[in-house]
Design a protein around this ligand. Structure first.
Ligand code: ZN
Length: 216
C-alpha cells in the first residue's frame, strides 16, 4: 500500500505530506467514464468491439446506412485488416480494448496500466492514431481503471446502455433512449444486428450520430 502511495507521489511530482502516522496522497487523474451521452438530440451511438470476424454483409449494410462507428479493437484481431475497419460506415473512430481482453476490475494500478497502455500502443502502431477512447473488456472496471487509463493518455472510458446479439436487443428498461450507446461485436451475425437496430431506430425516430462529435 505504501509503495503504491509512493508511486502516486512520483507521478504527481511529490504532492504528498508525511505525518507522524499518516500518509496523505492527492488522487491520481482519472479518465471520464460514460454509459450514455446526456443529450435530447434524437440520436444514439453505434460502437463495435473486438474484431474477431470481418463480415462482408455487415460491411455492405454499413456502406448502405453510412452510420458513423466507434470501434474498440483488439490488437490481435487486426492482421492486415486495418484498412477494412477504417473504411466501414461514414467514419470509424478507432479506440482500444486492452492488449489481451482481460477483466480489469480488482487488478492493481500497474497491471491495469500495462494492459491498457499496451493495447493503446499496438493499435496506434496498426492504425497510426486512436480516438483516445477505451472500453474495458466485459464492462469490468473500477476506480483504478480510470486512473490507469488516464496514465495511458485515454480521455474517456466508454461503456454502453444497449447491446445487440444477432436479432436480440438488450436495454436497461426495454427502450432505446436518445444518447444511448449501442454495443455490437464484429461477429458473423453483425449484419443481422444492424438491420434489427435500423428497424428499432426508425420506429422511434432516432438516427446514429458520431460519438466524437459529442465528446469535445
Ligand atoms: Zn471485448
Amino acid at each position: 500500500m505504501i509503495r503504491r502511495v509512493f508511486f502516486a507521489a512520483i507521478v504527481l511530482g511529490s504532492i504528498v505530506s508525511f505525518g507522524t502516522d499518516a500518509i496523505v496522497a492527492i488522487e491520481l487523474p482519472q479518465a471520464k467514464v460514460l454509459y450514455k451521452i446526456d443529450t435530447t438530440d434524437k440520436v444514439v451511438f453505434f460502437t463495435a468491439d473486438d474484431g474477431a470476424d470481418k463480415p462482408a454483409d455487415a460491411e455492405a449494410e454499413l456502406e448502405r446506412l453510412q452510420w458513423p462507428i466507434s470501434s474498440f479493437i483488439l490488437p490481435t484481431k487486426i492482421g492486415t485488416y486495418a484498412g477494412w475497419f477504417t473504411g466501414l460506415g461514414s467514419h470509424n473512430d478507432i479506440g482500444t480494448h486492452t492488449a489481451h481482453h482481460i477483466a480489469l476490475k480488482g487488478l492493481t494500478f500497474d497491471q491495469q496500466k500495462s494492459e491498457i497502455c499496451e493495447g493503446e500502443r499496438r493499435i496506434k502502431e496498426k492504425f497510426g492514431s486512436t480516438t483516445g477512447y477505451f472500453r474495458p473488456p466485459y464492462g469490468s472496471w473500477d476506480k483504478r481503471t480510470l486512473q490507469a487509463a488516464a496514465a495511458c493518455g485515454i480521455s474517456h472510458v466508454v461503456l454502453w446502455t444497449v447491446s445487440l446479439n444477432g436479432r436480440t436487443i438488450t436495454t436497461w428498461d426495454g427502450k432505446i433512449h436518445p444518447g444511448n450507446i449501442v454495443l455490437v461485436h464484429y461477429v458473423r451475425s453483425m449484419a443481422q444486428s444492424i438491420r434489427q437496430l435500423e428497424k428499432r431506430l426508425k420506429a422511434q425516430g432516432l438516427t446514429v450520430a458520431r460519438l466524437s462529435d459529442y465528446l469535445k
